[in-house]
Design a protein around this ligand. Structure first.
Ligand code: UD1
Ligand code: MG
Length: 460
């Protein structure tokens, strides 16, 4: 069995991105680009992965700790120089090595396997993966001789007018005999124009004495290189279309899918409807019969059967069966909404658990609270959980009615079957079955306003 290795080049800054974050760590559908590549290598037939990092290396070390072997490129002197950095780990070893760039997030494990197999089934010492783009600007061009054999790769900047017309481009993926790779790398010379060591030069260096072949990719989008923020949006669009299509084929109804973004790790059961302008990301799961959207954002959350979420935001939370959320509700930081709840207009729920049949239909804040079942929060009721320094807990029993505009000053416990009068500010625990009234008595001063209100005149 031959050993199959991958070298992933991710040391560059990504100057054309014009962002602080190193390019390969830039998120697409809220997940760093490089993670897609590593995930797909892990699923492929590759045995070992060496990743070259440099600019803001700590970002990658933290993100991919234990999943790849890191080597470092202190100064970013080009892709050839970056590959050389793996020499201490890999030089002299047998087997074949695939070189991948850290800025091709759409590559997948099937493509990696196909390329490896094609190389192994050919008698190539080096296989260059190429594709065709109608607009090849920015890519290295593939130069072939009269026998159609590849003889060189010329970078866009260095192309003559004629070479710029070539639509066959270098994807930046190569499979090469590992020993040969590290023998040839030191022979690359600095490019005159950019002063970099181009990995692409291995083609010209090997083509006379070795078998250099090509593997032509038909799905060009799979190997697109991301160099700027526009390309990020193109890659994101491709990914979004692919994910949405798969969900639709699985029986998920997506209305106006161009406006719906679903992350890679999201699970959606058949029979779910997703309305326009909706984003579902992270480790989220949406169960059968649920309707999400329009205009909603779900992240790291579980939505149970037959729930409806409209015009709302749900982060790191759970919503149990048949509950309705929104319009304009915000659930966050481990809100666990029980079954058959109604969390309505302008209601925020944070780090709280509600029992079945609980309702907060309008303008309420529920934070650090546990409720029993059948609790009604009147319009404008607030669990006052913060004293300026610490957060405190509110506990509410079953069958509780909380009148409009009530403040429950935590820490506080409200017993079962309690009724709290509207406008109360409740500072003491309320026992089971009680009516709590905590507001000033109303005083009516009879015959009073005639002294204050002047009759309306039609003054001109
Ligand atoms: C590269 C290829 C080009 C190809 C294109 C495909 C070279 C010289 N050019 O161009 O032929 O058509 O990819 O997308 O190889 N990197 C390092 N260290 C460095 C420089 C780069 O690790 O010193 C890494 C980057 O982080 C990046 C990858 O190598 O992930 C490619 O670098 P990039 O600058 O994007 O190369 P392109 O100009 O796109
Ligand atoms: Mg690139």
């Amino acid at each position: 069995m031959i050993t199959r290795r991958a070298i992933v080049l991710a040391a560059g800054k990504g100057t054309r991105m014009k962002t602080d974050l190193p390019k390969c760590a830039f998120p697409i559908l809220k997940k760093p680009m490089i993670e897609y590549i590593v995930e797909n290598i892990e699923k492929s037939i590759i045995d070992e992965t060496v990743m070259v990092i440099g600019h803001k290396r700590e970002v990658f070390e933290e993100m991919l700790n234990g999943r790849v072997d890191f080597v470092y490129q202190e100064d970013q002197l080009g892709t050839g120089h970056a590959t050389m950095m793996a020499s201490d780990k890999l030089a002299g070893k047998s087997g074949s090595t695939i070189i991948l760039l850290g800025d091709m997030p759409l590559i997948n494990n099937k493509v990696i396997n196909k390329i490896m197999n094609a190389h192994e089934n050919s008698n190539n010492d080096l296989t260059v993966v190429t594709t065709h783009f109608d607009n090849p600007k920015g890519y290295g061009r593939i130069i072939r001789n009269q026998y159609d054999r590849i003889t060189a790769i010329i970078e866009d900047l260095d192309c003559t007018k004629e070479q710029k017309q070539v639509k066959e481009v270098n994807t930046g993926i190569y499979v090469v005999n590992n020993q040969l790779l590290f023998d040839i790398l030191p022979k690359i010379e600095k490019s005159r124009r950019k002063g970099e060591y181009y990995l692409t030069d291995i083609v010209a260096l090997l083509q006379e004495d070795y078998h250099v072949g090509t593997f032509v990719m038909r799905d060009a989008f799979r190997v697109m290189g991301v160099n700027d923020l526009y390309a990020i949006s193109v890659a994101e669009q491709c990914m979004r279309d692919e994910i949405n299509k798969q969900h639709m084929l699985n029986g998920v109804s997506i209305i106006n899918p161009d406006t719906v973004t679903i992350g890679h790790n999201v699970i959606i059961e058949s029979g779910v409807t997703i309305q326009p302008n909706t984003t579902i990301t992270g480790e989220s799961k949406i169960m059968e019969g649920a309707t999400i959207g329009p205009n909603s954002e779900i992240h790291n959350s579980i939505i149970y059967r037959d729930v409806a979420v409209k015009h709302s935001i749900v982060y790191d939370s759970k919503v149990q069966s048949r509950s309705t959320i929104g319009p304009f509700a915000h659930l966050r930081n481990n809100a666990v909404i029980g079954p058959d709840n109604r969390i309505g207009n302008f209601v925020e729920v944070k780090k709280s658990t509600t029992g079945a049949f609980t309702k907060a239909s309008h303008l309420a804040y529920i934070g650090d609270t546990t409720t029993g079942s059948n609790v009604n929060f009147g319009c404008g009721s607030v669990t006052v959980n913060f004293d300026g320094q610490k957060k405190h807990q509110t506990t509410i029993g079953n069958d509780v009615f909380i009148g409009c505009n009530t403040n429950l000053i935590a820490p506080i416990t409200i017993g079962d079957q309690v009724f709290i009068a509207a406008g109360s500010t409740v500072t003491k625990n309320v026992p089971k079955g009680a009516l709590a009234i905590a507001r000033n008595q109303q005083i009516n001063k009879e015959d009073y306003t005639k002294h204050l209100i002047r009759p309306k005149t039609n003054s001109k």
